[in-house]
Design a protein around this ligand. Structure first.
Ligand SMILES: [Zn+2]
Length: 202
């Protein structure tokens, strides 16, 4: 009998600041994946696979939204998707980013956030980063970096998720994965940038 679940072990390793899994960790504590992804923190082979598998579902949420930002909550143990959300800021609440909506959905459903990773099509903005840190999400994975959105001309507050996380004393610092399935997420924002330019946006 497995007396301690793999997600519990994962969380204990988060708390201990340990790094597990087969990837090589450099002095800065980041792991360079052969496919160009970057992993910081105690990702395991299983939790990495879970967030990579879940990204297409986050992209589907994004594709259904006017502003193509989507996010899902995926179980670190087993990879089941527990909830999903898209940006709905066009409905009048400008704080209704995908990650904010996802946290509200998770609260409404009673999902235990500490067993889940948030998988977002784009790097969480400073507002969402703060919310994710206050919520105690142990792992955050995203596709397109905020710097890429800025380069494309998509309006952003230019402060990385990890910059916000470094200034937080709320719980253990979450594990972060950057560039997850960016082959799927970058086109969302390249299309958005084309529409934005076509509409005369700035
Ligand atoms: Zn946001």
């Amino acid at each position: 009998m497995d007396a301690i679940s793999s997600s519990r072990r994962w969380l204990l390793s988060v708390a201990a600041g340990a790094v597990t899994g087969p990837a090589v960790t450099d002095r800065a504590g980041s792991q360079r994946h052969p496919e160009g992804r970057e992993w910081s923190g105690p990702w395991t082979r299983e939790s990495r696979a879970a967030v990579v598998r879940a990204m297409p579902e986050a992209v589907a949420w994004a594709r259904a939204a006017r502003w193509p930002f989507g996010a899902v909550l995926v179980a670190l143990d087993g990879g089941a998707v527990a909830a999903g959300a898209a940006n709905s800021a066009e409905d009048g609440d400008m704080t209704a980013h995908a990650e904010m909506n996802l946290l509200r959905e998770a609260a409404a459903r009673g999902v235990r956030l500490r067993d889940h990773a948030v998988v977002s099509t784009a790097e969480p903005c400073p507002m969402c980063a703060g919310a994710l840190l206050w919520a105690g999400v142990p792992a955050v994975a995203f596709g397109t970096a905020g710097a890429r959105l800025t380069a494309l001309g998509v309006p952003q507050i230019d402060l990385s998720f990890e910059s916000v996380a470094r200034r937080s004393s709320v719980g253990p610092r979450p594990a972060v994965a950057r560039g997850v399935r960016a082959d799927l997420t970058d086109p969302l924002y390249e299309e958005l940038a084309r529409l934005w330019r076509g509409a005369g946006g700035s």
